[in-house]
Design a binder for this molecule. Structure first.
Ligand code: ADP
Length: 311
């Protein structure tokens, strides 16, 4: 096919659950680098084809500096779907967070990364798209330091009428309590929870709630953020997988949050707390996040060119 002929496929860059990713060059201008994401097995029965088609549909519609750009799509001989994406050479936020030996960063850097993430999520929600798998490993870094939200394999428009959305989405550590309790009609609040956990992880440089099972995930949420009850979350006890808790942990006060996350200042901690509210109806929205005072208090966010990098 013509689109395929446009690119020269190079070395393998990485492997994900649904795809192998290769470096590519534009045949007419080999200085232009791309990432070719070759989706694994394309048999319709296993539903992977649908995932891929979904990913396409959303990526093609969304153009934003903080969202990975889809440049082209083609089928290879073996009927695999190939996505040509902008090449993002500087790894992802997860490797940066983990590289504590070599990478130093502070409040101004966290503010810059959080700003880019929040704008990407606001833009998705403004276009009726939920990302549904926000985590540090899905935040890729461009050559100029811009952070871009990637991997729309799980994204789906919440404007889709009457679809029964499965609760088995979002990597466990970043999954909000409403999904863990089997809520089926969820909203942008699911992404905001994940954004809050990325924020917390940027500050403490280790996953905040690394549950090793769904039950353990719920327990960790209860202990760190408070046990969901009818008092703090009206209606929670009628969710499908809700279990009456053995112990009711209180929602921690500001001081407890400051002790752990105070590195981003009182305003930063205020924003963090608002993203990690148990009741999704009371959780801050991405738009409201952008209006928060934290962005305008000192320190100013680091310019993207000056952000720390891992290579
Ligand atoms: P999956 O959706 O199947 O999980 P990923 O999107 O996570 O696949 O891609 C797997 C790996 O490929 C990533 O961890 C990353 O190393 C690399 N990769 C993905 N997209 C790009 C890109 N646009 N530029 C550079 N490397 C990429």
């Amino acid at each position: 096919e013509n689109e395929k002929r446009k690119y020269i496929k190079g070395r393998k860059l990485g492997e994900g659950t649904y795809a192998n990713v290769y470096l590519g060059q534009l045949r007419t201008d080999p200085a232009v680098l791309v990432a070719i994401k070759k989706m694994k097995v394309q048999r319709e029965q296993d539903g992977i084809a649908y995932d891929a088609v979904r990913e396409l549909k959303f990526l093609q519609e969304l153009h934003h500096p903080n969202i990975v750009e889809l440049l082209s799509v083609f089928n290879s001989k073996d009927q695999n779907l190939n996505l040509v994406l902008e090449y993002l050479p500087l790894g992802d936020l997860e490797s940066l967070i983990r590289d504590t030996d070599r990478v130093r960063y502070g409040a101004a850097d966290i503010k810059a990364w959080m700003g880019m993430l929040t704008r990407a999520v606001w833009f998705c929600h403004d276009n009726f798209v939920l990302h549904r798998d926000i985590k540090p490993n899905n935040l890729l870094i461009a050559a100029d330091g811009e952070v871009k939200l990637a991997d729309f394999g799980l994204a789906r428009s919440f404007a889709d009428p009457g679809v029964n959305m499965t609760h088995m989405v979002i990597t466990r550590w970043y999954r909000p309590p409403e999904l863990l309790f089997g809520c089926r009609s969820y909203s942008g609040a699911v992404d905001v929870w994940s954004v809050g956990l990325v924020f917390a992880e940027l500050i403490i440089r280790t996953p905040f709630l690394p549950g090793n099972s769904e039950v353990d995930q719920i327990n960790r949420i209860c202990q760190a953020i408070g046990t969901p009850t009818e008092d703090n979350w009206p209606g929670v006890s009628s969710l499908r997988s809700y279990a009456v808790p053995a112990e009711v942990y209180p929602v921690p006060d500001k001081k407890a949050w400051m002790d752990r996350f105070g590195g981003v200042g009182a305003e930063g901690v205020d924003l963090l707390c608002k993203t990690l509210v148990l009741d999704p109806n009371k959780r801050i929205t991405a738009r409201e996040m952008l209006e928060h005072r934290w962005w305008r208090t000192d320190p100013k966010p680091t310019r993207k060119e000056d952000l720390p990098r891992s290579k």
